[in-house]
Design a protein around this ligand. Structure first.
Ligand code: AMP
Length: 389
């Protein structure tokens, strides 16, 4: 395979990468772990790039490193290590969207990287993301860039209060954001951002939150899974109900939006797209994640193909296959001390339990998930679903 190629945005379609090839994965958490396991099922080897080694720096500590064929332990900004890593793999991907731009560029000089750098550019910065989405005809909350208190005052007058102030970069699970309800809170909110470039978004009184997991192949073929309905606790995803309890019209609109985004990005791989659904059935995109997504974990239990295997297929130039959903499902995240329930969950006959191999159950840390299966078509009209296990 050619090395030290110039970085290209959309490399020519691959012929299918044969089993036995090596897939590089940047990031070593549970998403990397599940990608590595899916890759192994298709006969691939995986090499993880992880900043998280044993205290002596050795490999095999991280959730992904425990199940991969090789793991490089180095910092993401160690470009020499990235170059060496890139030279050992046949294709590379990532499990998180905050891959530094220089790291992605260096990796793409040494191997093929999917999804390509454009997806990272768009997803890393909430302003770029929302500007891109509106430019392709998708709807989002109203938004304005904010760098100073003056900008914030002007944005608040234009958008109205309440509104949500978010850092443009590096926010997730509600981190780096706050609700502003009255003008008297503007100054404190601005101070709390500590000068980080931000955006103000209109506060959306949504009816529910849904997400679509979708994939695009090198050929341009796309597939979407049916949307799931997401329930959050303390800003962290707590459960995903599949299918989302929304109208067929909303389901079709969300799937069409996902296809539009994949096509406009020239994307290769799996993407997660989060939406707010309004009472009048309007859908607004909250954010896009250029990777496999927590709200897609149910696919491994309720479908013939998981989001992880579909991602591996896409980046390796294999054909995508239809989701083949055979059941309704509720996926529960086990967060922090929830993990203590594993012996009880392990006894449940209709539940698939997946543990991430993490030893320390810190508050807010995703430790495992469990997907409970239900007969297909049985969840749609229910409003008293069990939202914890
Ligand atoms: P985010 O980090 O942008 O995904 O936001 C985390 C959660 O905060 C979302 O899942 C929503 O529940 C809530 N949220 C974010 N932005 C808004 C908004 N503009 N209006 C209302 N709720 C929001």
């Amino acid at each position: 395979m050619p090395k030290n190629r110039p970085m290209t945005e959309n490399p020519a379609p691959l012929s299918p990468l044969p089993p036995g090839s090596t897939i590089g994965i940047l990031g070593s958490g549970q998403l990397g772990r599940m990608l590595a396991l899916a890759a192994a099922n298709l006969g691939f080897r995986t090499h993880i790039f992880s900043p998280d080694g044993f205290p002596d720096g050795s490999s095999g500590h991280s959730p992904a490193g425990q199940v991969a064929h090789a793991e490089t332990v180095a910092a993401y900004d160690d470009l020499e290590a990235i170059a060496r890593f890139g030279d050992t793999v046949d294709v590379a991907t990532y499990e998180f969207e905050n891959v530094p731009a220089e790291t992605a560029a260096e990796l793409a000089r040494h191997t093929r990287l999917f999804p390509a750098a454009r997806a990272l550019d768009v997803a890393q910065d909430r302003l770029t993301e929302k500007t891109f989405l509106t430019s392709i005809g998708q709807m989002t909350a109203p938004f304005k860039p904010v760098d100073t208190l003056e900008d914030l005052g002007a944005a608040a007058s234009e958008i109205g209060l309440p509104a949500v102030l978010k850092t443009r970069r590096l926010g997730y699970d509600g981190k780096g954001q706050m609700i502003i309800r009255t003008e008297s809170e503007l100054e404190d909110a601005c101070t709390a951002m500590k000068g980080a470039p931000s955006i103000l978004e209109g506060f959306i009184p949504f009816d529910c939150e849904i997400s679509v997991i979708a994939a695009r192949a090198h050929t341009g073929a796309t597939i979407t899974w049916t949307p799931g309905e997401n329930i959050h606790r303390d800003h962290i995803l707590s459960a995903t109900i599949v299918p989302a309890r929304v109208s067929d019209k909303t389901i079709a609109a969300a799937r069409a939006a996902a296809e539009n985004i994949l096509t406009e990005l020239g994307y290769v791989g799996v993407i997660g797209i989060e939406f707010f659904v309004m009472k009048d059935e309007t859908i607004l995109i909250n954010e896009i994640a250029p990777r496999v997504h927590n709200s897609g974990h149910w696919t491994e239990a309720a479908c013939t193909i998981s989001q992880f295997e579909q991602h591996i297929r896409a980046i390796c130039g294999w054909p995508l296959i239809p989701p083949g959903r055979h059941s309704d499902a509720i996926m529960y995240n086990l967060i922090g001390p929830d993990i203590e329930k594993w012996p009880k969950i392990a006894e449940m006959e209709d539940v698939l339990l997946t543990l991430y191999g993490k030893t320390e159950a810190r508050a807010g840390r995703k430790m495992a998930h469990a997907t409970r299966l239900f007969a297909k078509g049985s969840l749609h009209s229910k409003d008293d679903l069990p939202l914890t296990l």
